[in-house]
Each structure stands twice: as structure tokens, then as C-alpha cells.
Design a binder for this molecule. Structure first.
Ligand SMILES: Nc1ncnc2c1ncn2[C@@H]1O[C@H](COP(=O)(O)OP(=O)(O)O)[C@@H](O)[C@H]1O
Ligand SMILES: [Mg+2]
Length: 240
């Protein structure tokens, strides 16, 4: 049996009077890479926000590694192992790569020396960041900024990484670099749940695909199956 890291059960959520998620059920397997696809406005980003604790569930439950986290706030979830890279740029453009990495660990309140050591260790893992160590984040390429943002969140030591459209605005080459990085992360034990508009490219590489339609999960299957599903191909992948 596969270990379930994240369990989303009958979750309803929304903004003000608006209900966006109408009872979402989802189980995410340990060390897997899952991609959520769906039309604009389907509720994909809303679901990631609910998992990260940035938006409350109105009804339903969330379990992470078997613990009920439904009532934990975002900081507690980050400390507890859930990291989110939100949609769009989220680094500090006027700070260097090194400073951004150090800020990524703010939730852990590390002593200065340890913080520097860990930022350095992160740069060993991502040589591209090492090469740009003192560069202002705002001067990095789009692909480098996305890698930096993943690395910033990794400084918080999550075990579940949530990524909202990591390839948005990237060249095909930069997208490959980002997807390679995600595969390395899951190979080393991370679980990744990602929202992606480049559905075909993502599904060709990830493990499982989730289709969201109007605030519900309409399909959750091995990525290959989602990729080969005739209606999904026509509706979301622009393929026939
Ligand atoms: N902060 C917000 N306040 C009000 N409505 C929002 C907010 N964020 C998103 N929405 C609405 O919720 C719906 C789902 O949005 P979202 O989860 O961002 O969709 P997706 O990521 O699938 O494109 C959309 O109709 C959007 O307009
Ligand atoms: Mg979105």
C-alpha cells in the first residue's frame, strides 16, 4: 500500500459569499509528483491555498502525515512541513540570492551561523544559484527566479512542496530546468503537488494527474492515463 501524505476530504472553501471548492477529495501519495490541471477559475490555486492554510476550509478535513491539520494556521503548517510557492514571482527582487535564501528559513529561527551553512548547502544543491550568489534576485532570469523561489521554500525544510504554475512565463528550456529540479526533489523523498497550465509537458513527466472542474476533482489517475484520456486531451490539452 502506498503511504498517503496528504488527504483532502470533502473540502469546501471560498471567498466571502462565494463558494469556490464544492467538496474536494484528494489523496496524495508519498514521494509522488502530482499535477493539477483545469480551466482558469476551476479552483486550483484556491485548493493549494487551503492546503497551505492561507484560506480556511468551511467544511471538510485536511490530514498531513496522518495528523489533522484543518485548524492549523499557515505558519504552523509551514513549520510542520508544508511549503507553498505561490503563483507569480515571490522573491525579494532587491535582495541578493543569498539573502533571499536566508529569508526562506525565517520560520525556523536559526542562529546566524546555521542559517549561513544551510544557505550554502542549498547552493551546493543548486549550482545555478551559487553562480548568482550576490546577484539581486530581480536580475535573475525567469527560470533562475523560479528555482530560487523553490530553494527559498526548501530552506523551511518542507516534506510536501506545493507549486502554483512554476513554469508560468518561462521559455521551454527554463521549464525543462524547473521540471528536472522537481523530479530530483521527489527522487530524494519530497512530495510535490503542483498546478500547471503546461499540462501536456507536466503530465509527460509527473506521476499522477488531477483534473479540476468547477471546484471539484473530476479525475485523479496516473499521469499517463490522464494524458491519454480522449476527453481530457480535447478539453485541456488541445490534442486530438
Ligand atoms: N481573493 C479572491 N477573492 C475573491 N474571489 C477570488 C479570489 N481568488 C480567486 N477568486 C475566484 O475564485 C475562483 C477560482 O480561482 P482560482 O482558484 O485562482 O482558480 P484557478 O487557479 O483554477 O485558475 C475564480 O472565479 C476567482 O475569480
Ligand atoms: Mg491559479
Amino acid at each position: 500500500m502506498t503511504d498517503v501524505v496528504l488527504e483532502v476530504q470533502s473540502v469546501q472553501a471560498g471567498y466571502g459569499d462565494l463558494t469556490i471548492l464544492h467538496g474536494v477529495d484528494l489523496q496524495v501519495a508519498a514521494c509522488s509528483w502530482t499535477t493539477i490541471i483545469g480551466a482558469n477559475g476551476a479552483g486550483k490555486s484556491t485548493l493549494l491555498k487551503v492546503v497551505a492554510g492561507l484560506l480556511a476550509c468551511r467544511t471538510g478535513h485536511l490530514r498531513f502525515e496522518g495528523q489533522d491539520i484543518t485548524r492549523l494556521d499557515a505558519l504552523a503548517r509551514l513549520r510542520g512541513g508544508i511549503g507553498l510557492v505561490p503563483q507569480g514571482r515571490c522573491n525579494f527582487p532587491a535582495l541578493s540570492v543569498s539573502e533571499n535564501l536566508q529569508l526562506g528559513a525565517y520560520s525556523r529561527r536559526l542562529p546566524r551561523q546555521t542559517l549561513m551553512e544551510e544557505a550554502n548547502a542549498m547552493a551546493d544543491r543548486f549550482p545555478r544559484l551559487r553562480a548568482r550568489w550576490n546577484t539581486l534576485a530581480g536580475n535573475l532570469s525567469g527560470g533562475e527566479q523560479q528555482i530560487l523561489e523553490m530553494a527559498m521554500v526548501l530552506m523551511a525544510r518542507p516534506r510536501l512542496l506545493l507549486l502554483d504554475e512554476p513554469s508560468l512565463g518561462l521559455s521551454p528550456q527554463a521549464m525543462d530546468m524547473v521540471f528536472d529540479t522537481i523530479r530530483e526533489l521527489t527522487a530524494s523523498g519530497m512530495t510535490v503537488l503542483m498546478v500547471e497550465q503546461n499540462a501536456q509537458q507536466a503530465l509527460e513527466r509527473c506521476d499522477a494527474g488531477v483534473v479540476m472542474e468547477m471546484g471539484r476533482v473530476s479525475l485523479h489517475a496516473p499521469a499517463r492515463e490522464v494524458l491519454n484520456h480522449p476527453e481530457i486531451r480535447a478539453m485541456f490539452l488541445g490534442l486530438t
